[in-house]
Design a protein around this ligand. Structure first.
Ligand SMILES: Nc1ncnc2c1ncn2[C@@H]1O[C@H](COP(=O)(O)OP(=O)(O)OP(=O)(O)O)[C@@H](O)[C@H]1O
Ligand SMILES: [Mg+2]
Length: 376
């Protein structure tokens, strides 16, 4: 007797033996085909009628996909379809940004992946564990910071971390060591014994980041990690996030509606709109498909001669002459700027204004949705 079962890791159909009563025989291994590089370390086993992962999940994480979703749908009501068929395959030890405007479905996706909300349809797994059927396994391996800050402002920073550790059953010595380490990481040692009510917005965000790391997660979900922070504080948080990936081998899924955040932080970006991921890729890939940079020049003098000379430069792709603006399409603007300026000088063309414009993720969003990436 045998039965076809789908592997929760690679999705492929696998035939496993069953007893006469149709029950799976425990101990039957299926080596997941999705991760040939792990040479059989990632395997699933049939137990009590369902396939469960038996390999150390951190081994799986280092071998392949940390977050997987297919056909994820969340309908809150007849009218509100918040997530409309999201597929994700996020590699371990990478930063993935879900970039989209208000109401795009980012928080809803995070809530499903962190087991706090049930999907209407579709499935998802985190480090190999199904977010619905293996929710407690998922919870043990993740950290989350929410869009709305949830901090008890009457507590000190140290207490916030301590209570969180206690809640997760961490032993006292482990808790203490972890708190010391994390306060140093987010540079809150000096403020650790002050009440959170005296912290700035940036300090609160850093404390939340530390709290998310208390339980040594393999995957960290950050919902709008820099919302409402000034540029300097945002840059600081970016540094911590990069650090977490590089030094601790974490996988991070963050949501943002700041284009520059996604561009600076993410290995891959998924642009989400109206519950659907409209395009996905590395920030570079997405921007490159928008075409070249352009140098815009306004000035006085023999424009015709200047344009003729500019056209002969090998890196120039297009030249357009407007009423009072010359627009030069080139491969990479900043690198070519000095050559263009010195050519203008040689032609006796006096530059009054010059700028380089680069395509951005916002142009990518515009291309795929026909709308600007801004709050509704
Ligand atoms: N609990 C809820 N009940 C009903 N509708 C909801 C609920 N939560 C969110 N929505 C709706 O679902 C859609 C997606 O919301 P979600 O919070 O996931 O978007 P978001 O991309 O995180 O937006 P923002 O950038 O504003 O945080 C929105 O239309 C929102 O109004
Ligand atoms: Mg949100």
């Amino acid at each position: 007797m045998s039965e076809d079962i789908r592997c929760p890791l690679c999705g492929s159909k696998t035939t496993i033996p069953t007893t006469k009563k149709g029950q799976n025989i425990g101990g039957q291994f299926h080596v997941c085909t999705r991760y040939p590089e792990c040479k059989g370390k990632v395997a699933v086993e049939s137990q009590n009628g369902e396939f469960v992962q038996v390999a150390d999940s951190s081994k799986q994480a280092s071998a392949g996909i940390a977050i997987q979703a297919s056909g994820l749908v969340k309908r809150y009501s007849e009218e509100v379809l918040a997530v409309d068929g999201v597929d994700l395959n996020i590699e371990a030890n990478t930063v993935y940004a879900l970039l989209g405007p208000n109401g795009a479905g980012k928080t809803t996706t995070i809530l499903i992946l962190t087991t706090l909300l049930q999907p209407t349809r579709g499935s998802a797994s985190v480090v190999g564990f199904d977010v619905v059927h293996k929710a407690s396994d998922v919870r043990r391996r993740i950290g989350v910071t929410f869009q709305e800050m949830i901090l008890d402002v009457e507590l000190t920073g140290r207490q916030v971390l301590d209570y969180h550790g206690r809640f997760y059953g961490m032993k006292k010595a482990h808790r203490k060591a972890k708190i010391t380490e994390l306060l140093a990481l987010v540079e809150l040692e000096e403020a650790a014994n002050r009440r959170v009510s005296t912290y700035s917005g940036g300090m609160k965000r850093r404390l939340e980041l530390a709290r998310g790391l208390m339980t040594e997660p393999e995957v960290l979900f950050l919902d709008e990690p820099t919302l409402g922070l000034d540029p300097q504080n945002r840059a600081n948080i970016w540094d911590y996030i990069r650090n977490l990936k590089e030094q601790r081998g974490l996988t991070l899924l963050l949501t943002t509606h700041y284009m520059d955040e996604a561009e600076h932080l993410a290995d891959r970006v998924g642009i989400i709109d109206q519950g659907r991921i409209v395009v996905e890729g590395t920030p570079r890939e997405l921007i490159d498909q928008m075409g070249s940079d352009s140098i815009r020049i306004a000035g006085q003098g023999d424009g015709e001669k200047f344009i003729e000379e500019v056209r002969s430069l090998s890196f120039v792709q297009t030249v357009q002459m407007g009423d009072d603006l010359i627009q030069i399409g080139i491969d990479t603007g900043n690198k070519r700027l000095p050559e263009v300026v010195s050519l203008a000088n040689n032609c006796g063309f006096v530059i009054e204004d010059i700028s380089v414009t680069k395509p951005s993720l916002s142009d990518v969003f515009l291309k795929y949705t026909g709308r600007q990436l801004r709050d509704k």
